[in-house]
Design a protein around this ligand. Structure first.
Ligand code: GRF
Length: 205
């Protein structure tokens, strides 16, 4: 793995996962990796504010009707290339990446999903699991392929859904778990310990 591996975080909203990743970096939990770029498709994203507060370079590629998804991917690839990014970390990025982007960074894009995949894919994983009445749900970190929440699974963690839980309290538990799990998964990548074999991700000793 490269010296000072360079990470780009892509985020559209709050950026609490970005915050947890920056904290992990500051605490040395990410080894020699550095978040060198944060990209958002939303100029109002709180994630951009968090990045700037930490002195991280930011870029905005706005989603608008005048560019096609392929053009969006092209702009993204350009930004990531200019910053010599090694790993792309999706943290609440509300766009599905196209074939061009997935191929350009094959095996180097990871995502976090707030449910135990393959259950409750899509944008409302916490709420869907809660409404379904599951007793256990959780968090999944996975490699990104061309599907939506379908790539090979790196790590999962679970939380119990208690009778007293509300959607809000469940969301808080899920977030807390995400903030632990994502830095761990990134560190495994940084240390070159992840090997994709078909649908499986082997964690090397
Ligand atoms: C997280 O729940 C993540 O699992 C999902 O989007 C949410 C982003 O939250 N993909 P935040 O912006 O990191 O606070």
């Amino acid at each position: 793995m490269a010296e000072n591996l360079r990470i780009a975080v892509l985020a559209s909203g709050e950026g609490t996962n970005l915050g947890a990743i920056i904290k992990a970096q500051d605490e040395g939990i990410l080894g020699n990796a550095r978040v060198s770029l944060v990209i958002s498709d939303n100029p109002e994203a709180k994630a951009l504010v968090r990045a700037r507060e930490s002195g991280i370079t930011t870029a905005v590629i706005e989603k608008n009707s005048s560019i096609t998804p392929e053009e969006f991917d092209g702009l993204l690839i350009d930004e990531l290339g200019k910053a010599s990014v090694d790993l792309v970390v999706l943290a609440g990025f509300m766009r599905v990446l196209g074939k061009k982007m997935v191929n350009a960074f094959s095996g180097r894009i990871i995502n976090i999903h707030p449910a135990l995949l393959p259950c409750f894919k899509g944008v409302s994983g916490v709420s869907d699991a809660f409404d379904y009445g599951v007793k256990v749900t959780g968090v999944t970190v996975h490699f990104v392929d061309e599907g939506v929440d379908t790539g090979p699974i790196i790590l999962q963690g679970h939380v119990d859904v208690e009778q007293a839980d509300t959607k809000l309290s469940l969301e808080q538990k899920i977030h807390a778990l995400e903030h632990q799990l994502y830095p761990r998964a990134i560190r495994l990548f940084v240390d070159g310990k992840l090997k994709i074999e078909g649908r499986k991700v082997l964690i090397l000793e």
